[in-house]
Design a protein around this ligand. Structure first.
Ligand SMILES: Cc1cc2nc3c(=O)[nH]c(=O)nc-3n(C[C@H](O)[C@H](O)[C@H](O)COP(=O)(O)OP(=O)(O)OC[C@H]3O[C@@H](n4cnc5c(N)ncnc54)[C@H](O)[C@@H]3O)c2cc1C
Length: 230
């Protein structure tokens, strides 16, 4: 199969925890994005799970939706003292016990988070960004660069304007190449990539036509010049 241009829109795979309750509640009580789901759970008792410095960043964003927050690390986090101080100053308790499971509310939502030390907390939603990887290895197969950006470990690198990847003629749209992972952003980046891809195709076609006509014109000129010379 041949193609002059390729647009990759192959998305990412969220590697959701195997602990009981995570897969069942993914997208319905467990959310990864405050911009997608913050409104739905505004002012509700929420938990935020992250292991690293991203925990403080997520708390900073999600406290805009609810002030009833608990920060979780699912085990010893190694959080720096200034991160701990910041959470304390924001009034967000930090719980570093390992999570054993999540319990649903019987209606598809989250009710409770249970810990290995036997403790539990009632929460109506958990914000959690699982590790991600590319859903398809097509970009790398074609020689494209994949890079870590912030909390996202593997995004296809592309020109921010044209969405052309590091491989000429290969473009990327949607989650596969963006930290802004949402339906509207994916569609918008697809439209952007398609426009620049079309721009490149039209340009190539026009170049080929011009080169073809130019060749014919110069052959005609050569022929005329030749007869004059004779
Ligand atoms: C739980 C959850 C809730 C979300 N809620 C919201 C929300 O409320 N609002 C919002 O805006 N966004 C939300 N999002 C994000 C949104 O779903 C994504 O940003 C969007 O779907 C990205 O679109 P995409 O086309 O880039 O990738 P995807 O939707 O992942 O589509 C990629 C497609 O490519 C296919 N594919 C991959 N490799 C190949 C291959 N080699 N050959 C053929 N097909 C292939 C995949 O099977 C898939 O169908 C949510 C995401 C999750 C996980």
């Amino acid at each position: 199969m041949g193609a002059r241009k390729i647009l990759l829109a192959t998305g990412v795979r969220d590697e959701v925890s195997e602990k009981p309750g995570f897969r069942e509640l993914w997208g319905r009580g467990i959310y990864h994005c405050p911009y997608c789901h913050g409104w739905e759970v505004r002012d509700r008792p929420l938990a935020i799970l992250a292991k690293t410095e991203h925990l403080v960043m997520q708390v900073t964003l999600i406290r805009n939706w609810s002030r009833d927050l608990v920060a979780l690390t699912d085990g010893e986090s190694g959080l720096e003292p200034d991160a701990r101080d910041r959470l304390a100053a924001l009034g967000v308790p930090l719980k570093e016990e390992k999570i054993s499971s999540l319990e649903g509310d019987g209606d598809g939502g989250l009710r409770r988070i249970l810990f290995e030390d036997g403790s539990e907390i009632e929460r109506e939603a958990l914000f959690y960004g699982p590790p991600q990887r590319q859903r398809s290895d097509l970009a790398e197969f074609l020689g494209g660069e994949v890079e870590a950006v912030g909390p996202f470990p593997a995004l296809v690198k592309s020109d921010p304007t044209t969405r052309e990847t590091t491989v000429r003629g290969v473009y990327v749209a949607g989650d596969a190449g963006s930290i802004m992972q949402g339906a509207i952003m994916a569609a918008a980046s697809g439209a952007t990539a398609a426009a620049f891809l079309n721009h490149a195709l039209c340009g190539e076609d026009a170049e080929a036509t011009v080169a073809g006509n130019g060749g014919a014109a110069s052959r005609a000129a050569d022929a005329t010049g030749g007869s004059e010379a004779v």
